[in-house]
Write a new protein. Structure first.
Length: 342
């Protein structure tokens, strides 16, 4: 909006305005770092007014319907809510999130919020130095997790049939954030740009090479230390045989690709109940491969079929929900007009 109504401007005062949103019908919203101000213009049955919603909250939730969405703020002692048209709710929530994160001290005053993504029960917030992830019915609450760009040693994007996983690797763990494929391109650009600018590199390949060089230097130092220790003890310094069950990969923090179920790995069972690889030899290899690959292929096919059925069911439920909401809005409008004596 080019100019705030006088009553709204007085309420905002000297506050730092993050964004202003035209709600329609003469109403408007102004979001500052400390609070959100909802302005209602004068009408036939109401006076001009301003409601204030402080950002010092424990929880921010959104209940979205086809035409109207409710934004709810909760503290330990109180709850407050207001409604806005659904086509502007994302703009309002993004501005409010910045204010809430600043007011509650989650982000620093000099930290820049670059992007906010909401996917069902997943919220991803990208700043210039960290990535926030919150999973739950609320857009934001105290159960969020963060990844500092300064701790990153690996970055990858694994595309699956339905979702893409953002893989963020630090020195002690590997975290995966799953986002829908239809939004994966935007999410990737925002996250990748933020991380590359933080590390002052031009491309993701340069970022990986930089950390690969650091890992190589560390491995060489560890190898020299091991050789000296083995030399003093007289032990054989040759490499030991790898665990055929994949123990080395598991110890290194290996995780399956985006489309693979971690429980889908198939091993043959030995006579003692332990997991053993397939028998050696050409005949044994062929037989073992048949027992291992066929169940995995069947499982993948079943998962694909199930995903298609779930998608179709979700679309049907969404259409039915829209019809119910439309009927509910018509009933509410009818009740409102009857109350006014029309």
């Amino acid at each position: 909006m080019s100019e705030l109504p006088a009553l709204l401007s007085d309420a905002v005062g000297e506050g730092t305005v993050i964004d202003t949103v035209d709600v329609g019908g003469g109403d408007a919203i102004a979001v500052t770092t400390e609070a959100t101000y909802l302005y209602r213009s004068e009408g036939l049955l109401r006076d001009e007014s301003v409601e204030t919603f402080d950002h010092a909250v424990d929880r921010l939730s959104v209940r979205t319907k086809r035409r109207k969405s409710s934004i709810e703020l909760e503290t330990m002692d109180s709850e407050a809510a207001f409604t806005v048209p659904s086509d502007i709710v994302d703009t309002v929530v993004e501005a409010m999130m910045e204010g809430v994160l600043l007011t509650t001290g989650v982000v620093a005053p000099d930290e820049e919020l670059l992007a906010l993504f909401r996917f069902s029960e997943l919220t991803v917030v990208v700043t210039d130095r960290r990535l926030f992830e919150h999973v739950g019915s609320a857009v934001w609450g105290g159960e969020f997790e963060t990844v500092d760009y300064a701790d990153l040693v690996g970055l990858d994007f694994e595309r699956g049939s339905v979702a893409t996983q953002v893989v963020l690797e630090t020195g002690d763990r590997r975290r995966r954030v799953k986002v829908p494929n239809e939004h994966a391109g935007t999410v990737r650009r925002r996250i990748q740009t933020a991380i590359l600018e933080f590390h002052d590199v031009a491309s993701i390949e340069a970022f990986r090479a930089e950390h690969a060089d650091a890992d190589e230097d560390g491995d060489q130092a560890a190898s020299r230390t091991k050789g000296d220790r083995d030399g003093r003890s007289g032990a054989d310094s040759s490499d030991t045989e790898r665990d055929p069950t994949g123990g080395d990969d598991a110890a290194a923090g290996w995780s399956p690709p985006a489309d693979r179920d971690p429980a889908g790995s198939v091993y043959q069972q030995g006579t003692g109940g332990s997991q053993t690889p397939a028998a050696s030899g050409s005949d044994g290899d062929a037989e073992g491969a048949g027992r291992t690959d066929e169940p995995a292929a069947a499982l993948s096919e079943d998962i694909g079929t199930l995903e298609e059925r779930v998608d179709a069911l979700s679309e049907r439920i969404e259409r039915q929900t829209e019809r119910i909401e439309s009927q509910q809005e018509l009933l509410e409008q009818l009740v409102d007009e009857l109350r006014r004596g029309r």
